[in-house]
Design a binder for this molecule. Structure first.
Ligand code: 13P
Ligand code: SF4
Length: 305
């Protein structure tokens, strides 16, 4: 084991800390984590831990959600400036305007959002549960923020409701083009195309399977197919290859990279533990209002089991 891994292990013990990592962070950071997963799994697991310190190797909204759900714990972000650019692509003013317009409106907030937006919303979702949660709502009218692409996918999957997608997008997924996917399909004609629903509708239409990062990894692992074109951030290749050493995985056009996720390094994980930096604080006037939609999401997950 390299020296930095040993240092991190020792600091974890000393501080009674646990490390959570999203599939998009660099593979050496995933390798040092206690729990690796998609956004839903990580927010769920964060509520079950005994450790007093949670190091969240992910972007700001992830650390914030962990803190909102666990106000008594210390949550540290190795790189507090690692933001999800989509998180602020909706506005409180527009939410209030929509509530005026539709009496029965449910505001459904993708977890990739600021605490300010969550506090104005009725329920949070991730890409792993958005379709099921929206389908189960009693409301006919649903304003889905901030991700317009995931919103459009949910709209298509739940035609019985009036889903109004927001206008935000994840640049990493939104930039994938039909030509890139078609080229990858030509190069690998036997491969299944597995795509994250943050991609545009025209990309989903070229795909064999659509799902969250965990769903993509599980699908590839369970599938009898041997080759896969992966249309999401390239961090997932670490787990895909670890779980399926004999299968082949191809990115689209060199791969998609989230610069914020890649800004989280092993050194920063060590340093936040050592120096107690990057602590997450959520405006106390907002915590309760954010907690409600997040807990509704976790409860919906429990009921679905
Ligand atoms: P999931 O982890 O829910 O698949 O989401 C991907 C993502 O973009 C997280 O920022
Ligand atoms: Fe945000 Fe996209 Fe990066 Fe995920 S991949 S953190 S949605 S910018």
């Amino acid at each position: 084991m390299s020296q930095i891994y040993e240092e991190i292990q020792a600091l974890k013990q000393e501080k009674n800390a646990v490390i959570l990592a999203h599939y998009y962070v660099p593979e050496e950071v995933q390798a040092c984590a206690d729990y690796i997963g998609d956004s839903f799994y990580l927010s769920k697991i964060a509520t079950t831990l005994d450790a007093s310190v949670i190091v969240f190797a992910g972007v700001t909204f992830m650390g914030e959600s962990a803190k909102i759900l666990n106000p008594e714990k210390t949550v540290l972000l190795p790189e507090p400036s690692a933001d999800c650019s989509m998180a602020c692509m909706a506005s409180v003013e527009k939410i209030r305007e929509m509530r005026e317009k539709y009496e029965d409106l449910a505001v459904v907030c993708y977890i990739n959002s600021t605490a300010e937006l969550k506090a104005e919303s009725d329920v949070c979702v991730t890409s792993a549960n958005a379709v099921d949660i929206v389908r189960g709502l009693p409301n006919k009218n649903v304003y889905f923020i901030p991700d317009g692409n995931l919103g459009a996918y949910v709209k298509e999957q739940v035609p019985e409701k009036n889903v109004i997608p927001g206008e935000g997008y994840c640049y990493v997924h939104h930039e994938v083009t039909r030509e890139q996917v078609k080229e990858a399909k030509m190069l690998h004609p036997d491969a299944e195309v597995l795509t994250h629903p943050e991609c545009r509708e025209q990309i989903l239409a070229l795909s064999d399977f659509i799902g969250s990062t965990s769903a993509i990894i599980n699908h590839a692992t369970d599938s009898p197919k041997q080759e896969f074109i992966i249309v999401t951030e390239n961090g997932v290749f670490y787990k895909l290859k670890e779980k399926n050493p004999d299968k082949k995985f191809y990115p689209v056009s060199g791969g998609q990279t989230c610069s914020s996720m890649k800004n989280i390094t092993l050194e920063k994980v060590r340093d936040c533990l050592k120096n107690h930096t990057g602590e997450v604080f959520v405006d106390s006037s907002r915590v309760q209002a954010c907690r409600i939609p997040l807990e509704r999401m976790l409860d919906a997950g429990k009921q679905a089991k």
